[in-house]
Design a protein around this ligand. Structure first.
Ligand code: SIN
Length: 177
């Protein structure tokens, strides 16, 4: 955890933090982009039929919109072990500087799934990603829910993310919604 106790979420942590926090703020991460390139065999898919969830890739000039949560020192260790468990399907902790909506730029802990993890799937055409999402479901629920709730939360925040919005449109179309 960063000294200041901030955690930056850009995937399910945007719309379902499910951990105790003292502050929630819109935030951005510069130089990184969100992509549905991580396979999920424990939340939104199963082994042999993984779903697709987001990770971050380094992308100079790009911005990833998300949410920063501040966690108080008293609950920090408990929150971290919950999150390490929740993100155990390939994510590792990085410390990156984020910009909060009040202009502050604290270091935050960010869970990123790199190419090295066994569930990493990497790039694919958006139509193929959409088809995989629509077919997948795991212990945390159907994969389309993850995509659509993320898109909805970003839209509510006034945040743009062409990759997420384009995928959400395809998923909605394929799912008949
Ligand atoms: C995150 O939300 O920051 C990590 C990825 C995920 O749990 O979807």
């Amino acid at each position: 955890m960063s000294q200041s106790g901030w955690i930056f979420g850009y995937g399910s942590l945007v719309w379902r933090p499910a951990f105790e926090h003292s502050q929630r703020r819109a935030a951005v991460l510069r130089g990184w982009a969100r992509r549905f390139w991580q396979g999920s065999t424990d939340h939104r898919g199963v082994p042999g039929a993984p779903g697709r969830v987001v990770t971050l890739i380094e992308a100079p000039g790009e911005i990833c919109h998300g949410v920063a949560y501040q966690v108080t020192p008293t609950v920090r260790d408990a929150v971290l072990s919950e999150l390490d468990h929740r993100e155990r399907g390939g994510y590792e902790r990085l410390r990156l500087r984020v910009r909060l909506d009040d202009g502050a730029t604290p270091e935050a802990l960010v869970y990123v799934a790199t190419e090295q993890n066994p569930n990493y799937l990497g790039p694919a055409p958006l139509d193929a990603i959409a088809a995989q999402v629509v077919a997948a479901r795991g212990p945390s629920g159907p994969n389309p829910e993850y995509v659509l709730r993320l898109a909805e939360a970003l839209r509510e925040q006034g945040a743009d993310d062409p990759h997420v919005f384009a995928l959400a449109r395809r998923v909605q179309r394929l799912a008949g919604g």
